[in-house]
Unconditional design. Structure first.
Length: 406
């Protein structure tokens, strides 16, 4: 009997960190800057800082769990280990897959909408070609896929740094203007900061995608937790610096009024056309779609390899060392969803799914730590970390439910 072909461990620490940054520094930040400025005003940098701290607890939980259980379909496995329920684990895994499929389809549609500003093309043909190209890249090999994603991520980061660079004169005023950025004890100030923080929290979502490629990471027990933490730190620094540059150079109300806030900030501070910034935004959109498709295929693979889905989904091709059947299913589903076009309600629901997932994963780590407090060779965090992560994620879930029901 032939030994089963495994996924190839080809992702180094730098590659995983760039992969992680690609999941967080995506298309969202290009729109979120304006939305957060509308809620928090000059306190927007503080909203980002608070959001990064709250997201950090969940990031640390994912880091420890990925070190304890370095397998594909990470979140589903963590829930199984914490609650000893295969059914709950499968439901969680399929919800993660659904969220990834919907996100990828929505991003492909977003990319097509941006592309129309530069090239007039037929929607059906364009959506099919984009979806198939991304599916082919994901099937080609994890190293090749992540190299492409990493290169696009570097372009995205360069775009953000470019916007920050042209705003450097405003940043130099920070020593004299910092009191403007700190709120008073007035509850109305904190109301805007809180809702800005909820929006900013979504800009840090991404570690749940990182753990799903665990079986393709070199020295996974060290590199994957470290990549998650590095992703959090780099993202926090970039976002806070970007928001400082934004509100110190332009009135928050003007930023909020812009449909393309980063391009507006660039044009206002440089006096130059922002077409290149908008093109970089397009790269961010398509990069997000690629990463979501990789993630969804690996969750299907992981669930299948543990007997929770049909065995064919865990078959790994001997040359590409990728799960071709799982990738094919993912590509087909994304293509169908992208062509339907009516994704708004589903896309809005994915945020609630991910917040609920974060709460359950934090609770799972708390239960796992009670069962096995100090396993050898594992990254460990204090027991209060998942507790705080659970409370923070649950609070966001409640606020989201209130907003959707009101």
């Amino acid at each position: 009997m032939k030994p089963q072909i495994r996924l190839k461990r080809s992702l180094s620490l730098p590659m995983m960190t760039l992969y992680g940054l690609g999941t967080t520094i995506g298309a969202g930040i290009y729109a979120l800057v304006g939305e957060i400025a509308s809620f928090a005003g000059y306190y927007a940098p503080l909203s980002f800082l608070i959001a990064s701290v709250l997201a950090g607890f969940t990031a640390f939980s994912f880091a420890e769990l990925s070190s304890r259980f370095p397998r594909a379909a990470g979140a589903a496995l963590y829930v199984q280990k914490g609650f000893h329920s295969t059914t709950l684990s499968t439901v969680i895994g399929l919800l993660v897959v659904l969220a990834g499929l919907v996100s990828a389809a929505a991003l492909i549609n977003g990319f097509f909408a941006h592309m129309q500003q530069f090239i007039d093309s037929e929607r059906l043909i364009s959506i099919v070609l984009i979806s198939l190209c991304l599916g082919a890249l994901a099937a080609w090999g994890i190293a090749q896929s992540v190299i492409v994603a990493s290169l696009i991520t570097l372009i995205e980061i360069s775009g953000l740094l470019w916007v920050i660079a042209v705003s450097h004169e405003a940043l130099l005023t920070l020593p004299s203007r910092w009191p403007e950025l700190l709120p008073s004890a007035d509850i109305s100030s904190w109301h805007g900061i809180f809702f800005g923080g909820i929006l900013a929290f979504y800009a840090f979502i991404g570690f749940e995608d990182m753990v799903d490629v665990a079986e393709e990471v070199k020295d996974v027990k060290r590199n994957l937790p470290l990549a998650i933490i590095l992703t959090l730190i780099i993202t926090m620094a970039l976002y806070v610096l970007l928001m400082l540059a934004a509100v110190l150079s332009i009135a928050p109300s003007d930023i909020a009024a812009s449909d393309i806030p980063l391009a507006f900030i660039y044009e206002s501070n440089s006096g130059k056309d922002a077409t290149l910034i908008m093109i970089i935004g397009m790269f961010a959109v398509i990069n997000g779609a690629l990463i979501q498709m990789i993630m969804a295929s690996r969750v299907l693979y992981g669930l299948s390899s543990r007997g929770q889905l049909p065995a064919i989904l865990s078959k790994v091709h001997h040359k590409t060392r990728t799960p071709l059947a799982a990738t094919l299913v993912t590509t087909f589903c994304v293509l169908v969803l992208a062509l339907t076009g009516s994704l708004l309600t589903l896309a809005q629901a994915t945020s609630l799914v991910m917040l609920t997932l974060f709460a359950i994963v934090n609770l799972s780590l708390w239960r796992v730590k009670k069962q096995d407090p100090r396993p050898v060779g594992t990254v460990l965090f204090p027991v209060w970390v998942p507790v705080v992560g659970f409370l923070a994620s649950s609070a966001f879930v409640i606020v989201e439910l209130i907003n959707k029901l009101s």
